[in-house]
Write a protein that binds this ligand. Structure first.
Ligand SMILES: [Cu+2]
Length: 541
């Protein structure tokens, strides 16, 4: 395969027989890519439900979550699934009550995913790219031994698929993840019917919608916010980086919804926590999609940063270690050290580490940014960064299961700085950004943000013009307590919204109402914990 370029396919298209190279007899059904993925996992230490020994048993006392060893054989061998899932995060690393249960010595290759604090956050996209690439290499080895397709590559779960007639049709689990058995009658490792492991099920198992198909909630899959992000804008570091907004939306949002059934049906699905996410086999298709969104963002002009940190990064003593160790052959002694700078263009990988390059079946379309278009504003992407502080509120706001609002006072100078928004002023309006910082909450979920509308509820979604965007607390527990970082942050370009509110007479020059609502449907008890946003600020260019 040296020099070859593999294609990563949309798994829904594969299951529906739309990819000719991998025909399906009675669509939706088993195509060779999905089937051999499932077969490979059977050989990578999958444990038939109900037959696991649960040894060792790192079951946390309060979560009610089944031990990972009930589904995956514990293994420190890079040919096995448990090893790769543990590389993302091994719960023993920071959960003291699990640590004692870990065989000694703690495996040094586990627990290195990158989410959260700025210095780690900049590695979020590249670390996961390298991680799933070498996982794909290992799975390809198993597929080859099983006599599967030579062109096997990791599919992607295209939950962000856009179809105006059928919104988010792929925001359901892929068909192959909804089948209890493979065609030969053996168990399907992709299928998980235990809501304590995976909250998103083929159908609602209980509650008012019991039996109906389960989808990610509509505000979870969109990627428009991430595509509007020109550079890294974490105010804590102010350094350029890779598209950090992708980490939150849709990446973290999808983790929360998949783990918790949109925060409604379980409290402990594996995808909900970074510590356990890698143990759900949907994880890899989710990250294949995130990687595809990165490729698509680059294709639309989003630029990657440069700098020596891309080829020299390794353990930083001040942070949870970021490591670049991977394996291509299952031999623990044949460690490959691959840095982010070596994989910035996955379509042309070269050098001894890479057996092949890869591409995606297709890239996502350019998203539609409605409000700026409506107002005829210039494309916000090319605008200068908004770093001049206009208003900051450090009181903090805690959001439980109901909407919560806070009023941010605007200074007298606000009106002068906003004057260009008036219809009779010719100059271009400033770019206006809303920052939410110090977002904490170890078991918190997804939230939606609105400006100047305190009447919204959990069913409002993005259906009012006051909708700003979403944020997730996924990963927030990762770096609570790290020096200088009280939590995660989210930022939104509200230039168009401010213009809209002024045009509608809904802009008050003395203050702005920020309302935060859990992104979970009404009618269900919210299973995620409260979130706290410690600091809210508005900045202009
Ligand atoms: Cu992830």
């Amino acid at each position: 395969m040296a020099g070859a370029t593999l294609t990563r396919y949309d798994i829904h298209d594969l299951n529906e027989g739309k990819i000719e190279a991998f025909p399906v007899e009675n669509p939706p059904g088993w195509d060779a890519i999905s089937l051999y993925y499932a077969k490979a996992l059977q050989t990578m230490g999958w444990v038939e439900p109900g037959t696991g020994t649960g040894e060792p048993k790192p079951t946390p006392p309060s979560q009610g979550m089944p031990a990972m060893t009930q589904r995956w054989k514990y293994s420190e061998n890079p040919l096995d699934y448990f090893f790769w899932a543990g590389m993302h995060w091994w719960p023993g690393e920071d959960w003291q009550w699990w640590r004692g249960l870990m065989p000694e010595p703690l495996n040094e290759y586990w627990g290195h995913c990158t989410h959260g604090a700025a210095q780690v956050e900049r590695y979020f996209l590249p670390w996961h790219r390298i991680y799933i690439y070498f996982y794909e290499v290992i799975v390809r080895g198993h597929v080859d031994e099983l006599g599967g397709p030579d062109e096997w590559a990791l599919p992607y779960w295209n939950y962000s698929y856009q179809d105006p007639d059928n919104p988010w049709p792929r925001a359901r689990l892929p068909w192959a993840f909804c089948q209890e058995t493979l065609p030969d009658g053996s168990g399907n490792p992709l299928y998980v019917d235990d809501v304590r492991i995976r909250g998103l099920q083929p159908a609602w198992p209980s509650g008012p919608q019991q039996g109906e198909p389960m989808y990610l909630v509509p505000t979870t899959p969109p990627y428009a916010a991430a595509y509007g992000n020109a550079i890294y804008q974490d105010p804590a570091s102010e350094s350029d980086g890779f598209n950090p907004t992708l980490d939150g939306t849709p990446h973290g949002m999808v983790h929360v919804d998949t783990g918790t059934g949109s925060q409604a049906i379980t409290d402990t699905g594996w995808m909900f926590r970074t510590q356990t996410a890698g143990f759900d086999p949907i994880f890899w298709l989710h990250h294949s999609q995130v990687d595809r969104l990165w490729v698509g963002w680059n294709a639309l002009g989003g630029s990657n940063p440069g700098g020596s940190w891309l080829t020299a990064a390794d353990d930083d003593p001040n942070l949870r270690p970021v490591r670049w160790n991977f394996w291509a052959d299952g031999d623990i002694d044949n460690k490959l050290v691959v840095y982010p700078g070596e994989m910035l263009d996955p379509a042309s990988l070269s050098g001894e580490h890479f057996a092949y390059s890869y591409r995606y079946q297709e890239l996502p379309p350019e998203p539609h940014l409605e409000i700026p278009a409506l107002l005829g504003l210039a494309e916000v992407v090319s605008r200068p960064a908004a770093r001049r502080e206009l208003a900051t509120d450090d009181r903090g706001i805690e959001v439980h299961d109901r909407p919560a609002s806070i009023r941010i006072a605007l200074p007298d100078e606000a009106e002068a700085r906003m004057r260009a928004f008036s219809p009779d002023v010719e100059e271009e309006p400033p770019r206006v950004m809303l920052y939410l910082e110090d977002i904490t909450g170890a078991d918190a979920g997804n939230y939606l943000v609105y400006l100047n509308n305190t009447k919204v509820d959990r069913d409002t979604g993005d259906q009012v013009p006051h909708f700003v965007g979403a944020f997730t607390a996924f990963g927030a527990d990762h770096h609570e307590g790290h020096e200088g970082h009280g939590g995660m942050s989210a930022s939104y370009d509200i230039t168009g919204l401010v213009a809209y509110l002024r045009a509608q007479g809904e802009w008050d020059p003395t203050g702005v109402d920020v309302t935060i609502v859990p992104a979970a449907p009404e009618g269900y008890d919210l299973v995620t914990g409260p979130v706290e946003v410690g600091r809210i600020s508005i900045r202009t260019s």
